[in-house]
Design a protein around this ligand. Sequence first.
Ligand SMILES: Nc1nc2c(ncn2[C@@H]2O[C@H](COP(=O)(O)OP(=O)(O)OP(=O)(O)O)[C@@H](O)[C@H]2O)c(=O)[nH]1
Ligand SMILES: [Mg+2]
Length: 491
Amino acid sequence: MSRRLRLLFTALAAAALLWLLLAAAERFLALAQRFLGLPAWLQWTLGAALAVFASLGVIVLWWLLRPRRRRRPVAAPDRGTLEERMQKLREHGADTGALTAELGELDRRRASARIHVALFGEISTGKSSLIRALAPHAAIATDARGGTTRAVGHYDGQLTDGRTLVLADVPGSREAGGEAHETMARQEALRSHAVVYLCAGDLTRQQVDELRWLADFGKPLLLVLNKADQWTSAEREQLLARLRQQARGIAVDVLAISAGGSERYKRQLADGRSESVERQRQPVIEPLLQALARLTTGGAEALEPLRQHAVLAGLHQRTGMLEAQTRAEEAERIVRKYARRAVVGALAAVAPGSDLLIQGVLATGLTRDLAQLYDVRASEVQIEDFVRQAKLTLRTGSSIVLAVAGNAMKAFPGLGTLGGGVLHAFAYALIFDSLGHALAASLAERKTLDQDDASARLKTLLADAGSGRLQQLATLTIDAWREREQPPATH
Ligand SMILES: Nc1nc2c(ncn2[C@@H]2O[C@H](COP(=O)(O)OP(=O)(O)OP(=O)(O)O)[C@@H](O)[C@H]2O)c(=O)[nH]1
Ligand SMILES: [Mg+2]
């Protein structure tokens, strides 16, 4: 729609709105006048009825707009779709080893029919100590220093009714620089049938977020306050009440235990010397054993569908990230290829003009290839339109491009030695690199060929004189020049 037509419509709409407002005001004044003319008893009755209606309206509005507690569970695709996506990724040279291994583990655990429970929580909340209490024969390291557990370990634990569980000890979260360990822990949590989330006091914001993350995947959760021996019973009850409040709708049960752990104390010897001795605290974990027994009454089979959903949902996210990364790498290759061709084209031009006229055929090819990479359907007309717009953006920005290219000539002396035409060749490298990156970023985010968005990004990139980027483009230009001077033997 043309600008003028849009203006006309806006003016018409504004006039209609004004007319409506005036009519409403007139009606209101007329009603008010009639209202004032009524006998007092009728005024009161009508006033009361209106007040009731208004409050009902407010209540309904609040009910409609109130913040929702219930969160939407994370989506999981079916297995076939996931496998297809992984296959496609492999065709593009991506390493999907970890993703297929996850699918294999999904099947292996289903076939084993054992119940898997992961312990989860921040560092030093007592996960390993709890494993020791649940599986007394396990050889396991615990320490007051955070970050003791570095890998996922599996141990056989026993419930009071004799059933066994596979317990997973995982690295603690929130360790400085421990992102890789945290990812490991989260993945193990998704693989398990249920999660015991350990904390040692009030929950921080990050802990609540972590619990929500697990709940969004549909994990059955037990929120467990460990180190209960550190509090008086009144304090413990207060803490538990707050935890129940924070975990409402998230955790199946909230309870307090003492995993035990060890403590050091000084012992006086008969000869007057003293020695430091380590002893195990007595664990108190019955409430947890009962909660685990309740949670797992239906056996592995009853919890399996939720577990499958969580693993597939996790894989969906991981596959998505690998897809984005693989595409970005492919986009980078495409942009380089066209930037190089543009440089070669510019070097071949007999007398480059002072105006930068975008090389239309190449720009069209670049746009088509990138759109295809991002699965964006774009007709030839749309692509031509896009290139025309890019040319316009470029015309207004050509002085900036030449200025950046001129500075690069000074900054990278290698360029200067190449002789005439290099300034233009480098400018073309900059133009195609900017156009390609602007378009790729826009396509990735908008999932459509959005001219305005891509142009805005192009403008920013054309003026971006980051030295790392210019260095790369200078190398590209020099290489293209050398190849032209000494054509490869195959030609
Ligand atoms: N007072 C008290 N201390 C405990 C209890 N359970 C564990 N601890 C102590 O807490 C510290 C951390 O215990 P770990 O079992 O190593 O904790 P973790 O969660 O496995 O730690 P990371 O592996 O580093 O994530 C140790 O010093 C334990 O002795 C408990 O019930 N009461
Ligand atoms: Mg540990």
